[in-house]
Design a protein around this ligand. Structure first.
Ligand code: FES
Length: 106
């Protein structure tokens, strides 16, 4: 499935993600700027914060409890589609998933 990461400069990076990996892992593997994934996907660093585009929020779902706390620590503003991308597994239905990458990560 394709995942598209749009930077704060408006530039999009389309990545061929593998089902089962996280949206964070797919970005890091492909060198998408602005997604750091410092903690390696353990939901403890918030450097993988993304804003899921509204049309994908119903498919991606809401943040889990651990994520909730961390999102409050993220540097960039929290919005409706805020998720830690390491907590979002890539699935076939998410093909075309588009997320905005915040300008700053912790
Ligand atoms: Fe650290 Fe997602 S990679 S919270």
């Amino acid at each position: 499935p394709k995942v598209i990461y749009v930077g704060s400069d408006g530039q999009g990076h389309a990545v061929d993600a593998v089902i089962g990996e996280s949206v964070m892992a797919a970005a890091v593997k492909n060198g998408v700027p602005g997604i750091v994934g410092e903690c390696g996907g353990n939901a403890s660093c918030a450097t993988c914060h993304v804003w899921v585009r509204a049309e994908f929020v119903p498919l991606v779902g809401e943040p889990n409890d651990m994520e909730e706390d961390l999102l409050d620590l993220a540097v960039s503003e929290r919005r409706d589609g805020s998720r830690l991308s390491c907590q979002v597994p890539v699935t076939a239905e998410l093909d075309g998933l588009t997320v905005d990458v915040p300008p700053e990560q912790p």
